[in-house]
Ligand binder design. Structure first.
Ligand code: FE
Length: 173
């Protein structure tokens, strides 16, 4: 079989996706002032009163050796429709564990920007028993990205169809 046919059959990953997801540990970023411990365990951060556009992020947690990290902890938090964080309760905060193939899925809204920052999602990722990686994810093609000093292209999610994006983390495992 030719490489092209293998790709089409889903038996090979495109080289670009390998280059993006393997080897280099995901860059760390500041946790910022609004992290809270003890977030609820949930895959969906959607609330009955959520007004922001729905957004889905999927991806895989990988080791530097490009192996999936089963049961990796992912703890997400982001601002609401007004660009505010819930510091009393747990709106738009939640943790989950990657599945046996290291995959995760986060259902939420597109958070609003707040002064000085482009749109972003905060996250802590940890392979079982290993060091916590704290970072932030950025929205594909957001016009605010180039104006934000913290923004890094390597942390931009990959655009999927509609309001969907993907990101693969590489952590110490
Ligand atoms: Fe923030």
């Amino acid at each position: 079989m030719k490489r092209r046919d293998l790709l089409a059959a889903g038996l090979l990953l495109p080289l670009e996706s390998l280059a993006q997801t393997c080897g280099v540990i995901t860059p760390r970023q500041t946790e910022g002032p609004f992290f809270k411990t003890d977030s609820p365990k949930r895959i969906s951060l959607l609330e009955a009163e959520s007004r922001g556009p729905r957004f889905l992020v999927t991806g895989t947690v990988l080791s530097a050796q490009c192996k999936p990290v089963p049961n990796a902890l992912l703890d997400f938090w982001h601002s609401d429709e007004e660009g505010a964080y819930d510091n009393r309760g747990f709106r738009y905060r939640g943790h989950q564990f990657a599945d046996a193939q290291g995959r995760f899925r986060l259902e939420t809204i597109v958070p609003a920007e707040y002064p000085g920052r482009t749109r972003h999602i905060h996250v802590k990722v940890q392979a079982p028993g290993k060091r916590i990686l704290t970072t932030q994810l950025y929205f594909p093609g957001d016009p605010g990205n180039p104006r934000d000093g913290l923004y890094r292209r390597e942390l931009e999610m990959k655009k999927g169809k509609g309001e969907e994006a993907s990101f693969d983390f590489v952590v110490e495992a």
